[in-house]
Each structure stands twice: as structure tokens, then as C-alpha cells.
Design a protein around this ligand. Structure first.
Ligand code: ADP
Ligand code: MG
Length: 481
């Protein structure tokens, strides 16, 4: 470091450092703009002003806490990476609420802390911002485009999703029927919620008479904020309230976003009262979405609530068969079975694995074999190697039905003991890569045919008895997490 600088030199030095930073920053901005698009860039990133560098860290300022949090979660990593690429000495980006650095911009900005509301006022000359935001809004359609690949035809139906599928079809055929409005679809990640929503949308817009608006809850919030900023909330409301079908995906995103929730609630009511259809998806059922306002939760549960369960082995096989057939690349049944056994988390990952196999086969002109599969998917398979042990399974199942752990290997055949034991065998088959004889040995040296029988019996029972199926699914989820 240099010695003590006079006041004047300090300012001059700060200025020249700042000039250099400004050049880097403007380059980063152009890249960001190209990457995220004009609207996102203007709404979020353009509000950033650069602050001082301290060691390997640069501070970036945003006018409100809301903006800061948003930029941090959405773009934090990207900003660090871009700064690091520009200036390797910078390794970290600190985002904070604050004004631009006063040394360089003595006029400052009127950025005041806006508290925790999700819709916060933004500093700057109001007229400019309003004009800017308005022209952005008008340039962009209200809704996100529908993915033409997500249709009812390409959706493979099986036990875990047949109810949700039937409801979706029904809404697509006769929107706004009593009892089906709203349609609330829920289930874990990658199980087909978005696919079904797009399928409804595509089906309904095919005739050209029905107007459908599909958007993620996140997008809904973003549009809403942009409307507030451009003082065009009336237009926003009118636009939304003029559609025949409104679909909001991943509603759980609105948890904690009280203002946006409130707006959604009013839109929701206005549409339903006007006989329009609403379709909503979330990762949990309305009653389990804690953090959502009670009145909204109540209304969401008023129509049809349909859940998509975790996939079964059978469904995974059907999906793989259908996607393999569509690709035109022959994939041996053994490979499909292998994948369906190994990748149980969700359809998206299953699809990703198959796509990679197919791309590989096309690229190298080699047939898909089990060996090639293990090789090509090495990393994915490793990540999915479930480390749950048979002992763990036995313990959890015994706890669940309140039996003694020793009964997992005892010879007792009373139903109260035999049934949980069968469930544990079934889960051992599903969740570990152990063979039937290996599993049998862990259950008091039973024969592999006993395990086979247990798997078949539990599968059959799950189909007949939904309460039992739920128990087993719950155990599976607990063991998998
Ligand atoms: P979610 O919205 O529930 O997270 P998606 O609808 O995005 O899940 O589904 C993830 C991927 O899996 C998509 O590519 C989708 O087409 C596919 N997918 C999910 N379920 C099925 C199914 N039953 N049949 C065919 N493809 C499916
Ligand atoms: Mg989705």
C-alpha cells in the first residue's frame, strides 16, 4: 500500500480506481443483459451500483432490501463469476442495501431502506422509471409461452398420476365446470405438474377461442412489481382478469410474499366469480402450504385437489419405453429396467439420463447396451446410489408399526408382524441394490422366493388399499431423504 494520501489525492485515486471498475462493470453489464434479456436486466440488474473493493471482495449496492435479496438469490453466483472473469483478484461479491459510493457520485441517490415488503418502491427519478417500465411491459405478453412438447399425448399415465391426469383432461374439455374450479395440482419436483398444465393450455388454445394465461408464481410476482413500478397496476389487473383460464405454476413461491399473495387472491376471486377457470400447482396440498394466507388456502381447496404421487417402477418403465420409442434409438429392455431401478427420484432425472444415452448412441453410432449405460451415466448413477441400508429400513418399518426389531428376522407369522416384515422386504428391494437372496438372508435367513412373494404382495395391497399405500410411500420418502 502507498503511504498516507492527502485528501485531494485520496479522492483522485478513488476516482481512477473507480474508473477502472466502471469499465469492467459496464462490460459485465453488457454480458448480463445479453444473458438474461432486456426485461430482467432492466428490472433487477440495472438498479445495481458498484461500491468499494476490499481485498478480494467488491460491494454492489441495491436500493432496497427486497431488490438485494432477489438479486442475491437469482444472480449472486453469476455476478461473482463475471467479476472474477473480469478481474481475477475479485473472488467475492457482497450485495448490500445502500447508495452508490459517495466519493464518486457525490449527488448520491435517494435509496432508502424499504423494509421487508415484497413490493418495494425503487429509488430514481420516477418519471424515467415509469416510462421505461411501461414500455417494457407493453412489449411483453402477459403469459409465458406453452411448451409444445408437453401435451396429453406425450404424458404417460400410471397409478401415481392417473387421477391428476383425469382431472387435467376434464378441465381441458370443459373448463370452469363446478367442482373442478380451481384445479389444484400438487406433488414433488419433476413429477409432471408443469407438463399437465401446459397440456391443458395447449388443448384449450387449439381451437383459438379460449384465452389462456400460464405463468409461474415467480413471474406473476415479477409482473406485478413491474406494474407497480410503472404505475400500471390497473392495466395489469385488467389484462389478468380478461383471460378465460389463468394457470399459476409453483404457487409455493408466494409464501412470505404477502403483497403478491394478496393481489393473487383478488385476481383469483374476480376470475372465479366471473366463471373463469383457474389452475394452480404447488409442491404441497393447500392445507400443507403453511405460510399461505388462510383465506387463500381455503379458496384453493374449494375445487378439485389432485396429487401426483412419486413414480412407481412400472410407471418409470412406461415413461422410458415411450420416450425411447419416440427417439427412434433402440434401447434394450434390460437397460430401461436398470434405469427405472436406479433413478427413482423423479421423471426429469430419468428423462435426462435417457436423453444422454440416446445422444451418446447417436453421436458415436454405437448401440445402447447395459455396459455402455453404466459407463455413460457413471456420474448420475453414483449420485443416485442410495446409501440406505436394510438395517435402517427394518428399524424404520418396525418403529412405524410398533413391532420389535427382532421380529424382522423372527419366525413369527402373525399378520401384525408378517405384514411389516413384508413391507420392509419390499422397501429393501426398492431402495437398495441388494439381490433377493441377499435380502432374504438379512430377514432371518429366509429364502429368496419369500422376498419375491413379499414384493408382489405389497405391490398388490398398495393398489387395493390407498391408506396402506400412503403408509408405504411415507416410509419410502423418510428413508430416501
Ligand atoms: P414438475 O412441474 O412437477 O416439477 P415437470 O412437469 O416439469 O415436473 O416434469 C419434468 C419432466 O418430466 C418434463 O420433461 C416432463 O415432460 C416429464 N414428465 C413428467 N411426468 C411425465 C409423464 N407422466 N409422462 C411423460 N413425461 C413426464
Ligand atoms: Mg414445474
Amino acid at each position: 500500500m502507498t503511504g498516507e494520501l492527502s485528501g485531494y489525492d485520496a479522492v483522485a485515486e478513488a476516482r481512477s480506481v473507480r474508473n477502472v471498475l466502471d469499465i469492467h462493470w459496464s462490460r459485465i453489464c453488457s454480458r448480463l443483459q445479453a444473458e438474461v434479456g432486456e426485461v430482467e436486466y432492466r428490472t433487477w440488474l440495472k438498479q445495481i451500483s458498484i461500491g468499494p473493493v476490499d481485498g478480494d471482495e467488491i460491494t454492489l449496492n441495491l436500493p432496497t432490501r427486497f431488490l438485494r435479496d432477489w438479486v442475491r438469490t437469482q444472480y449472486g453466483d453469476r455476478l461473482s463469476a463475471l467479476w472474477n472473469a473480469e478481474l481475477p483478484s475479485i473472488r467475492r461479491v457482497e450485495l448490500q442495501v445502500g447508495r452508490p459510493d459517495p466519493v464518486v457520485e457525490p449527488e448520491g441517490a435517494s435509496g432508502d431502506e424499504a423494509g421487508s415488503a415484497d413490493v418495494a418502491p425503487v429509488a430514481g427519478t420516477v418519471d424515467e422509471r415509469v416510462a421505461e417500465a411501461r414500455s417494457e411491459l407493453s412489449r411483453h405478453d402477459l403469459a409465458a409461452p406453452l411448451d409444445p412438447r408437453f401435451t396429453f399425448d406425450t404424458f404417460v399415465v400410471g397409478k401415481p398420476n392417473e387421477f391428476a391426469y383425469a382431472c387435467a383432461r376434464r378441465v381441458a374439455e370443459r373448463p370452469s365446470s363446478p367442482g373442478f374450479n380451481p384445479l389444484f395440482l400438487y406433488g414433488g419436483v419433476g413429477l409432471g405438474k408443469t407438463h399437465l398444465m401446459h397440456a391443458i393450455g395447449s388443448e384449450l388454445t387449439r381451437g383459438g377461442k379460449v384465452s389462456v394465461a400460464y405463468m409461474s408464481a415467480e413471474k406473476f410476482m415479477y409482473r406485478f412489481i413491474a406494474a407497480i413500478r410503472s404505475q400500471s397496476t390497473m392495466e395489469f389487473k385488467e389484462q389478468l382478469r380478461s383471460v378465460d383460464v389463468l394457470m399459476i405454476d409453483d404457487l409455493q413461491f408466494l409464501i412470505g410474499k404477502d403483497n403478491t399473495q394478496e393481489e393473487f387472491f383478488h385476481t383469483f376471486n374476480a376470475l372465479v366469480d366471473a366463471g373463469r377457470q383457474i389452475v394452480v400447482s404447488a409442491d404441497k396440498s393447500p392445507s400443507d402450504l403453511s405460510g399461505l394466507e388462510d383465506r387463500l388456502r381455503t379458496r384453493l381447496g374449494c375445487g378439485m385437489v389432485a396429487d401426483i404421487h412419486a413414480t412407481t417402477f412400472e410407471l418409470r418403465i412406461s415413461i422410458l419405453e415411450s420416450k425411447a420409442a419416440a427417439s427412434g434409438v433402440p434401447v434394450p429392455a434390460k437397460v430401461l429396467e436398470f434405469l427405472a431401478h436406479k433413478i427413482t427420484s423423479n421423471v426429469r432425472e430419468l428423462e435426462g439420463a435417457l436423453n444422454r444415452l440416446i445422444a451418446h448412441a447417436n453421436l458415436f453410432g454405437r448401440p445402447v447396451t447395459l455396459e455402455a449405460t453404466q459407463d455413460v451415466l457413471h456420474d448420475i448413477l453414483k449420485a443416485h446410489d442410495r446409501r440406505v441400508t436394510i438395517e435402517e429400513i427394518q428399524r424404520k418399518v418396525a418403529e412405524h408399526w410398533n413391532i420389535r426389531l427382532t421380529d424382522m428376522s423372527s419366525a413369527r407369522r402373525a399378520r401384525a408382524v408378517a405384514r411389516p416384515r413384508q413391507v420392509a422386504m419390499y422397501l429393501a428391494k426398492q431402495l437398495t441394490s441388494r439381490s433377493l437372496p441377499e435380502i432374504g438372508r438379512k430377514f432371518g435367513n429366509r429364502d429368496h422366493t419369500t422376498v419375491m412373494h413379499a414384493v408382489a404382495r405389497v405391490t398388490e395391497l398398495m393398489e387395493r388399499d390407498s391408506a396402506f399405500a400412503e403408509d408405504v410411500e411415507l416410509l419410502r420418502r423418510m428413508l430416501e431423504s
